[in-house]
Write a protein that binds this ligand. Structure first.
Ligand code: BG6
Length: 491
């Protein structure tokens, strides 16, 4: 189903005046226009519930683009050229009659139709049914939906069933925007293009893996949504588990969507269940209190605007995941993610086992583990920590740990790394599903996360507090220290 780059598309964007569309989707489309990747004749129908006309919406989108696109990348001519493609349609998503206007807009049925639902997931089924009833879609239509797909396994099945009643799985593009990040895609290249790592990537050579996705921001006006979700649903069920899958999966037979997704599903199925008896040593949940961010005082989670003072929702999760298969038996994956941590940082660290027989100074034995640090953001790149001899006559055979460093922006002189949404929209236009999540992936991920949430509920234990600007509750340090290890920053 892969098309060439000149595919002409009609993109119907539901929720076009919402935050996601304005902050991410329109800027991404603008960048595709700037890069010459939007085919002549491709068009966008911005659909929302607000009374407005096309000229007003174009004007508003121009201002938003100016605001969200970096100054150096903003070109008014390109913005205007792009906005020429955009029409606006007022629609009550629940009203089947209204969809006739969408059909009328599509006067060039030869264009590929893409429907992007940037709406709450509760609307996905309604929109799908109404589009079908108004003959606005067919078996070639591509449908893009955002996370969260539900808030647990059962609710995700309902949403997937509703979508599945109208569309085939090969029409559905479920977004996990982490899969669109350049460096996340690089994990596939790193692992499967370099034989060097292929032979080392298992329990014989790796002692443990750390995955950290830290954010310095707090809840930023999203309290209502976030409080229903919490960090485990918002980040672990999707982004963190996707990263874990890409690190842990077996080599796929090829780069096709199903080959990759089949391998990811095998990892999700092999995750060890976290039963109540091991919860305390495997999972830590936290909630931030007042503290500082970049030296500025910031309120605690319960003092944020709109907060329910009694909320027990977690803003931090650390957990130890184990994969029960031959490759990973005995290799813990320590995962950590939180809001209001000291910095924005996403990185994966592969800790290799020491050489089987150590012959150097016993005092330096602690240096003996090689590490591969994969920086997803910021400063995208990789660093392989290796041991060399310290230089100088007086140093004897003293060892020194140093990096083999690859910073993408320096090495490849890339002036900009495309935003995840640019890549994802581009792949949808080409009809390529490999960066999107299949139904069974979503459901296995929920199955694993649900048991942790159930255990929290049953135990009734509140989250542990941590001050904004710190690396989470001390219990997360204790969790890894008990295993004789430490989080990389603390090392
Ligand atoms: C989103 C979450 O999926 O990812 C947000 O809902 C989070 O809570 C965001 O802030 C982080 O994405 P990124 O690309 O900034 O790391």
């Amino acid at each position: 189903m892969v098309n060439n780059i000149n595919t002409r598309c009609d993109l119907m964007l539901f929720g076009a005046l919402g935050d996601l569309a304005q902050r991410k989707l329109f800027p991404a489309l603008y960048q595709l226009e700037r890069a010459g990747l939007l085919a002549e004749g491709s068009r966008v129908l911005a659909i929302a519930r607000t009374e407005a006309d096309t000229p007003t919406v174009r004007k508003q989108l121009f201002d938003k683009l100016k605001h969200h696109v970096k100054d150096a990348e903003f070109d008014a001519d390109v913005a205007n050229r792009f906005l020429e493609r955009v029409d606006y349609q007022l629609l009550d998503f629940n009203d089947p009659e209204g969809y006739v206007a969408l059909k009328d807009w599509r006067d060039t049925p030869a264009n590929e139709l893409i429907v992007y639902m940037a709406t709450p997931p509760s609307m996905y089924g309604v929109i799908a049914r109404n589009l079908k009833a108004a003959s606005c879609c067919n078996e070639k239509t591509r449908v893009v939906v955002e996370k969260p797909i539900g808030h647990d396994l059962e609710s995700s099945k309902v949403i997937n069933d509703e979508l599945g009643a109208v569309y085939n799985e090969n029409q559905l593009f479920r977004i996990d925007h982490y899969l669109g990040k350049e460096t996340v895609q690089n994990l596939i290249a790193l692992r499967f293009a370099n034989n060097l790592f292929a032979s080392q990537w298992d329990q014989n050579h790796i002692s443990h893996v750390e995955i950290t996705v830290a954010e310095s921001v707090g809840i930023e006006g999203r309290w209502g949504y976030f409080d229903q979700a919490g960090q485990i649903r918002d980040m672990v069920q999707n982004h963190l588990l996707q990263l874990l899958c890409l690190i842990a999966m077996d080599p796929p037979a090829d780069l096709s969507a199903d080959s990759i997704r089949d391998e990811k599903v095998k990892v999700l199925k092999a995750l060890r269940q976290i039963t109540p008896d091991i919860m305390e040593s495997y999972v830590v949940r936290g909630q931030y209190t007042a503290g500082t961010s970049d030296g500025t005082p910031v309120p605690g989670y319960l003092e944020e605007e709109g907060a329910n003072k009694g909320s027990d929702t977690e803003t931090f999760v650390a957990l130890k995941a184990e994969i029960e298969n031959w490759r990973w038996s005995g290799v813990p994956f320590y995962i950590r993610t939180g809001k209001r941590l000291p910095e924005k940082l996403s990185q994966i660290i592969i800790h290799f086992k020491p050489a089987p027989h150590y012959i150097f100074d016993p005092d330096q034995k602690h240096l003996a583990n090689n590490k591969l640090i994969i920086r997803l953001q910021p400063d995208e790149g990789m660093s392989l920590k290796i041991l060399t001899k310290d230089q100088g006559l007086d140093k004897g055979m003293r060892l020194r740990q140093g990096p083999l460093e690859l910073t993408f922006s320096e090495t490849f002189e890339t002036d900009r790394i495309p935003d995840a949404y640019e890549r994802l929209l581009w792949e949808v236009m080409k009809g390529n599903q490999y960066l999107f999540v299949r139904r069974d992936e979503v459901e296995y991920a929920w199955r694993w996360v649900d048991q942790v949430i159930r255990n929290w509920k049953d135990s009734g234990e509140p989250p542990k507090r941590y001050a904004a600007g710190t690396w989470g509750p001390v219990a997360s340090i204790a969790m890894i220290t008990r295993d004789g290890r430490s989080w990389y920053e603390d090392a």
